[in-house]
Design a binder for this molecule. Structure first.
Ligand code: ZN
Length: 62
């Protein structure tokens, strides 16, 4: 059995964040982020990012 000092076992579980569109919990490292108006939005993936984009576009148009 070999120890690998460069790879300590993580003490904390990975942080998750809720997708703004489908509200799924996703690891922050895998989430997609979008900065808008000094606020960072988080999404579980491209699909939800795309949905959010389209909704934001519609909201800003009249
Ligand atoms: Zn989502």
């Amino acid at each position: 059995m070999t120890d690998t000092p460069e790879k300590p076992t993580p003490k904390e579980p990975e942080q998750t964040i809720a997708c703004e569109v489908c509200l799924a919990e996703v690891p922050t490292s895998e989430s997609k982020t979008m900065e808008a108006e000094d606020y960072v939005h988080h999404f579980c993936g491209i699909d939800c990012l795309d949905k959010w984009h389209k909704k934001a576009e519609q909201d800003s148009k009249k």
